[in-house]
Design a protein around this ligand. Sequence first.
Ligand SMILES: [Mn+2]
Length: 207
Amino acid sequence: MTSLQDHEIAEWFAASKPHPHENVCGDGYLVQNTQRGVLFCVVDGLGHGKEAFAATERALHTVTNHADDDLAFIMESCNTALKQTRGAVVSLVLFDHLQSQISWVGVGNVEGVLLRPSEKREWLPLRSGIVGCRMPRLTVTSLPLTAGDLLIMYSDGVHNRAVENLQFYNSAQEIASGIMSDHLRHTDDAIVLVARYHGTQLREDCR
Ligand SMILES: [Mn+2]
């Protein structure tokens, strides 16, 4: 599964692939414009197969309904919604266009990394836990965001080395497609989401 979108605020691309023995993918994502900017969510339903898919669908549905809420509240809402499922690991990232900052929170091991044009890297602080059954105390972290910054989010079906030596100035689609073709473990569902912040959008009233 692949999707390509061009927003004024960000360019992004996501791709996922099920476990080699499954027909449905238990890893999923959501990108949604909100009042503050663009919200990115990547979910890995525990294990793989239909029950993982069900947990992920429920999480994404919940995030859609709460997209304009505080990230911690969105995560808590997912925890409540996933109680009857096997659970999931979830990372939420907001490109906050109003404040030119990235805000993020993660429970479990959906990795997120922000690559700067200066080559500096910032890793999403993850809290161990499972959304739906074992929630940690949540801390939302924020950092300044500047045009050109590149976000990469990926599940544990992708090798960590995927973010080494990538071509920073390639398009989000080229980067995500390269990771999917070269860095999958092939032992689990896999997903990658790549987004570049443009951040130079003219306000409607200035045109
Ligand atoms: Mn997984």
